[in-house]
Design a protein around this ligand. Structure first.
Ligand code: SF4
Length: 199
């Protein structure tokens, strides 16, 4: 089977590249940049649970094990649950970087299924309004995606130990309004700077 990168290190963390699928197509998506994250994260096939676990022989060597992509990790909810469960038993601290649309994707609240498996959820808020979100993130669900992200964050607060709402500094994004939204939702706020070169 062809080689592909399922896990890669950045700083003290190990990142798991489990899917290239996503329900958004953000203008600033790293998939559209020349540099990416410095690794070729285009998958030839989505890794199985066995392949994911084989990529993390000792999770305690890392500060966090992060489910991410080049894509939306919760497109693979079952794999995330099963892998997180096993990695947690091995002593891992688990983070999920998500677009926050999982409840919309599955048509149910999936947060209870992640409770006790996930230490941190980092949700891409990305905009201060529906209109701006649609313009920047171009969700397949259209306008209802933004409210779904806010509702998902609400569901996570109090269930997942650490909830972070993030925003990429991008033209038209009102960072202070986003910070206020995060505060009202009860989450932490993180501003990320866009450093890539778009294709
Ligand atoms: S949510 Fe993330 S993976 Fe999906 S398009 Fe936006 S930046 Fe890319």
């Amino acid at each position: 089977m062809a080689e592909q990168i399922v896990a890669y290190t950045l700083g003290k963390n190990l990142y798991l590249n489990i899917t290239n699928r996503c329900t958004n197509n953000c203008l600033f998506c790293i998939r559209h940049t020349v540099e990416g994250v410095g690794y070729d994260l285009w998958l030839k096939h989505e890794p199985s649970l066995e392949e994911v676990l084989a990529a993390v022989p000792d999770p305690t060597r890392y500060q966090e094990i992060v489910f991410c992509g080049y894509g939306e990790p919760l497109m693979r909810l079952e794999l995330v649950r099963k892998a997180a469960e096993q990695l947690k038993q091995m002593g891992a601290r688990i983070r999920i970087n998500t677009n926050g649309q999982a409840n919309l994707i599955y048509g149910r609240n999936v947060v209870p299924e992640l409770k006790d498996l996930v230490d941190t959820v980092c949700i891409s808020l990305n905009a201060q309004s529906v209109a701006r979100y649609v313009e920047i993130c171009r969700p397949i669900y259209g306008e209802k995606a933004y409210q779904a992200v806010l509702d998902f964050a609400c569901c996570c607060v109090g269930k997942i130990p650490r909830v972070v709402l993030s925003v990429v500094q991008w033209p038209g994004v009102d960072v202070e309004r986003c910070r206020e939204i995060a505060r009202k939702l009860g989450g932490e706020f993180r501003l990320r700077r866009f450093t890539g070169t778009l294709n």
